[in-house]
Write a protein that binds this ligand. Sequence first.
Ligand code: COA
Length: 339
Amino acid sequence: MTGNSKTLFGVSLVGSGSATPAQRITNDQLAARVDTNDEWVKTRTGIKERRIIGEGDSLSKLCVEAAKAAMEMAGWGIDTVDMIVVATSTPDDLFGIAPKIQSQLGARNAVAFDLTAACSGFLFALVTGAQYLQNGTFRRAIVIGADQLSSWMDWDDRSSCVLFGDGAGAVAIELTSNDQNALIGFKMKSDGSRGECLSVPQKKEFVNLVGSFKNQIGRFSNIQMNGQEVYKFAVREVPLLLKDVLGKHGITAESLDWLLLHQANQRILNAVADRFSIPESKVLSNLKNYGNTSAGTIPIMLDEAVRDGRIQPGDLIASSGFGAGLSWGVALFRWHGKT
Ligand code: COA
């Protein structure tokens, strides 16, 4: 699915926020549980530590904190928010957490719903939210990306447990004129035929209901991942899609200010950047502190770089989310934040 700038209105990214759990677990600490070591994890992934939701935290709380920070940066009154989209695969409630977040924020005029697209979730939600503004339906939206994959991890499987962490990030977007449109282009893709290389499938457990009728118990497995297949998928598909979107909009890789990829593995980030000869200095990475927070990675990274002044108003950013589904997407946007 492709998008372009031929819309009724434009969308502007005007605020960002993020929140991560207090509990911090280093590679060395994990090595007390599984047969791993700091050197292996750092070299193969770039990760040094991750944040894990503990007893005092919850995913919804992190989302509320991130959304508040984004709204504060945007300078919005809470009653002016029309929509809240929460990208997550790990809600506190299977029916969705967006309405709870809406209520905790006091955003009584906002419609709120969840969207699931795993590690592509934030990018898909940003594009989804932008559509409502670009067609003039809504004026202001908060897009949140957040996950708590720590709850779905086999903590005795060293090949996956070292990779993931928890966290939430949010972006405030608002309607603007078409000539100010900051979402320059996007493309999103899905391929369910390769979905089994990264999934959290429902368990096939049935119990007797009445007579010979049975029903399935609502339980899910831990994360099941073929790391090498996912790696190959990411380093093949992301550059192809990025090239496609850049070409469609006549934008050269040299003119990008930042490459903001889903933070899965530093080697994936480097491989994608290398294909376009994008220097390391333009590749945003905070993997070492958080690992892969799934839908949280892109907005957490964006917020960090906006707040420390690396990303400046007007900067051109190429972003890509990729992961389970399989799903992947690219968005080209300019940061218009009021920092
Ligand atoms: N610590 C120490 N050794 C480990 C280890 C760990 N945490 N995890 C795996 N190993 C071992 C393996 O058992 C294997 O040992 P062997 O050679 O004796 O069989 C060896 O390290 C190499 O394993 P391999 O799977 O080939 O490593 P890799 O270089 O492919 O790296 C990943 C593994 C998971 C880091 C890498 O494939 C990856 O990042 N894939 C993408 C995963 C991802 O991003 N998923 C989310 C996408 S949204």
